[in-house]
Design a protein around this ligand. Structure first.
Ligand SMILES: Nc1ncnc2c1ncn2[C@@H]1O[C@H](COP(=O)(O)OP(=O)(O)OP(=O)(O)O)[C@@H](O)[C@H]1O
Ligand SMILES: [Mg+2]
Length: 345
């Protein structure tokens, strides 16, 4: 049973006077997995490092189960952190890597052995204790790094892009395994990634970060379906974003018109490829640039009259070919003005 509370935490790096994290607040519930998602430099690692005690906040408060840990050193915190590059001790075997922290806690040898064996079993590396770290694959090394954190039974698990260096298939498998382990242990977890797939598939909630601040916090499906700003809309999944003008209740850009009962003025239209149907028509509103057949579906790249590129997901890609005209039939759109949503259909 552990909850993490981050309140108005700020980090200013004196070098260059960078505001890496800006009055950031977040509550992570017991057993919850929250993903921090955002572009490079948005402050994800800095925030995680402050929770782990590897970086001192310039201001604000961090609590675990109501206890102020803001200024405790890492080893005094009930947190376990797994870094992007696995920072294992390469001169030790797997067992010693895992036993190290337990020895510091002066646990008896047989208890250490039991705990290490159990956690190796948990991460799918039962029997690997005597292996040297250098004799393991990248994915196995990341599992050891995870096991090394878990064996200390942290209240809060902190993961900073732990699979970034691994190939796509392994990454997908490991994130499923980590999610399983996290749920089985019920361990409260903060997970940094800039992979949107990772966030969408693993998280109970996603925090989209921008310039050290929260742009949106919501469940993955909500972030995907109801992005609050054009930034979130463009960052999560594939999104067509079109700058245009609303006048007399109609949004218009380059021949693309959408009814939109809002006050006249500029607007950014957002429509997902899967919500943008197209029909063959001459001359149409857009021209097909390329058709890609993915087997399960097709993706059609389209150009508006001024060259703005859109994507449409279609179930029968063979119906379209490059150079052909189409009309656009958006089924669901959102529109933004001054970073706020003004319309959704
Ligand atoms: N030790 C440091 N000294 C000065 N500036 C730093 C330091 N560490 C990070 N920064 C700056 O703080 C900002 C946030 O960096 P951070 O590493 O938290 O980003 P990130 O979201 O983890 O990015 P990435 O996805 O690339 O890992 C960046 O502008 C970075 O240059
Ligand atoms: Mg980072």
């Amino acid at each position: 049973m552990s909850v993490l509370t981050i309140k108005d935490v700020t980090k200013i790096f004196p070098a260059g006077n960078v505001v890496a994290v800006d009055t950031f607040s977040l509550d992570v519930a017991d057993g919850e997995l929250v993903c921090l998602l955002g572009p490079s430099g948005s402050g994800k690692s800095t925030l995680l490092r402050m929770v782990g005690g590897f970086e001192r906040p310039t201001g604000g408060l961090i609590q675990i189960d109501g206890e102020d840990i803001t200024h405790l050193p890492p080893e005094k915190r009930p947190t376990g952190m797994v870094f992007q590059s696995h920072a294992l001790w390469t001169h030790m075997n797997v067992f010693k890597n895992l036993a190290f922290g337990l020895k510091l806690r002066r646990l008896p040898p047989d208890e250490i052995k039991n705990k290490v064996d159990a956690v190796l079993e948990l991460v799918g590396l039962g029997g690997y204790g005597n292996r040297h770290v250098s004799q393991l694959s990248g994915g196995q090394q990341q599992r050891v790094a995870l096991a090394r954190s878990l064996v200390l039974e942290p209240k809060i698990l902190l993961l900073d892009e732990p699979f970034a260096s691994l190939d796509q298939h392994l990454r997908e498998r490991l994130r499923e395994e980590v999610r399983d382990i996290q749920q089985r242990l019920g361990i409260t977890t903060l997970f940094v990634t800039h992979g949107q797939d990772e966030a969408l598939s693993m998280a109970d909630r996603i925090v989209v970060m921008r310039n050290g601040r929260t742009e949106q916090i919501d469940r993955p499906d909500v972030v995907y379906r109801e992005p609050k700003t054009p930034f979130v809309a463009g960052f999560i999944g594939t999104m067509n974003l079109i700058e245009g003008t609303v006048s007399n209740g109609v949004f218009e850009h380059g021949g693309f018109r959408v009814d939109m009962p809002v006050v006249d003025g500029p607007a950014t239209l957002a429509v997902r490829p899967e919500a943008l149907d197209i029909e063959a028509a001459e001359p149409g509103q857009a021209r097909v640039h390329r058709v890609t057949d993915f087997g399960t579906h097709g993706l059609v790249d389209l150009d508006l009259s001024d060259g703005v590129r859109l994507k449409s997901m279609v179930s029968h890609p063979d119906l379209f070919k490059a150079g052909q005209g189409v009309t656009l039939k958006p089924r669901a759109v959102a529109a933004y003005r001054n970073d706020a949503q003004i319309y959704r259909s």
